[in-house]
Design a protein around this ligand. Structure first.
Ligand code: F6P
Length: 335
């Protein structure tokens, strides 16, 4: 079978008029940065990659050395290419403007540089999530100032999104709005090769992913859904369910893309707005999951239609196999 690299895939998309040269370069640059992060993640303790830097980020979370390093790698790789107006990251309170010595472009890049970072030191898969928006334009046609307000667009405005998983293999999942596709890093040629074209998530599943340690704080609809799954064949669902929870969204969502399933981080009595971040976790994942035929809601509203009000806003997330997501969403509506 002829191997299609990420570069070839993107050039085909460009030739078909789906993306322009600037967006192609941007995606390639993000993918290149992911390769560099993958290499550092793989070196682990050999390259002083474990442990924390001793500070907290804007979310009040302890910053791991690899969080900070991955953030630097993504910033350095992307700020000079002339295709971005600004960048925003989980690790930075405010958007990062393009330094004046570099040309500016029309896109906004958001990322979670190292998702699942509590798993780094224990050798479990982690990853990088990214989302691309267009910088809004004023009536004159000029690009607006690339401040926080410029980023606050609903997920349905994303022009590209994806994520890398640094697991047994490094995979890069991508959508530019015409399906979801997965690439595997070939470490001999150092290229991403298309290995999962046209991903489709089965509409039905018997596998759920949720952190059950939060059960006592869940709202009634989520409690009901999980109780029915746990009741298995003897319960109202009439079939046994399996549970998986990696605690790295990237790995859990890649599993959902690969074989179906439902992934949930609902709001609860402690995380009243949910736990995951809308702009650089939920939105890109919702985009790619929908492009693979799945669904993503916050319990009542489609994630991609939520109007954001802050860069680091949190949100409840229910995504994956369509029929199961619709069931949980319907339970919320009945409530
Ligand atoms: O954002 C963070 C994240 O690490 C996700 O990747 C993951 O799904 C979740 O948090 C894990 O949360 P918990 O520690 O509650 O299992």
């Amino acid at each position: 079978m002829r191997r299609v690299t990420l570069t070839q895939f993107l050039i085909q998309r460009q030739q078909a008029g789906k993306i322009n040269a600037d967006l192609r370069l941007l995606i390639e640059t993000v993918a290149r940065a992911c390769k560099a992060i993958s290499t550092r993640v793989n070196k682990g303790a050999l390259a002083d990659g474990h442990g924390t830097v001793g500070t907290q980020n804007v979310q009040g979370e302890v910053v791991q050395k690899l969080d900070a390093l991955s953030n630097e790698i993504l910033l350095e790789a992307n700020e000079w290419g002339g295709n971005l107006a600004a960048l925003a990251s989980e690790e930075m309170e405010n958007p990062h403007p393009i330094p004046t010595r570099f040309p500016k472009g029309e896109y906004l890049l958001l990322f979670d540089p190292l998702d699942g970072s509590s798993n780094i030191d224990v050798n479990i898969s982690v990853g990088t999530i990214f989302s691309v928006l267009r910088c809004p334009k004023a009536a004159s046609g000029e690009l607006c100032e690339a401040n926080e307000a410029a980023f606050l667009q609903p997920g349905n405005k994303q022009v590209a999104a994806g994520f890398a998983v640094y697991g047994p293999t490094t995979v890069f999942a991508l959508t530019v709005g015409d399906g979801a596709h997965g690439f595997t890093l070939d470490r001999e040629t150092y290229t991403f090769v298309l290995t999962h074209p046209e991903i489709r998530i089965p509409a039905d599943t018997a596998e759920f992913a949720i952190n059950v340690s939060n059960q006592r704080r869940w709202e009634a609809p989520v409690r009901r859904y999980i109780e029915e799954c746990l009741a298995g064949q003897d319960g109202p669902r009439g079939k046994d369910f399996n549970m998986r929870w990696v605690a790295s969204m990237v790995a859990d969502v890649f599993r959902v893309l690969s074989r179906g399933g439902i992934f949930m981080y609902p709001r609860d009595a402690k995380n009243t707005d949910g736990r995951l971040r809308l702009m650089y976790e939920a939105n890109p994942m919702a985009f790619i999951v929908e492009q693979a035929g799945g669904a993503a809601t916050d319990g009542s509203t489609r994630i991609l239609d939520l109007e954001p009000n802050a860069l680091h806003q949190r949100v409840a997330v229910i995504l994956g196999s369509k029929n199961e997501v619709e069931r949980v969403t319907a339970y919320h509506k009945k409530k």
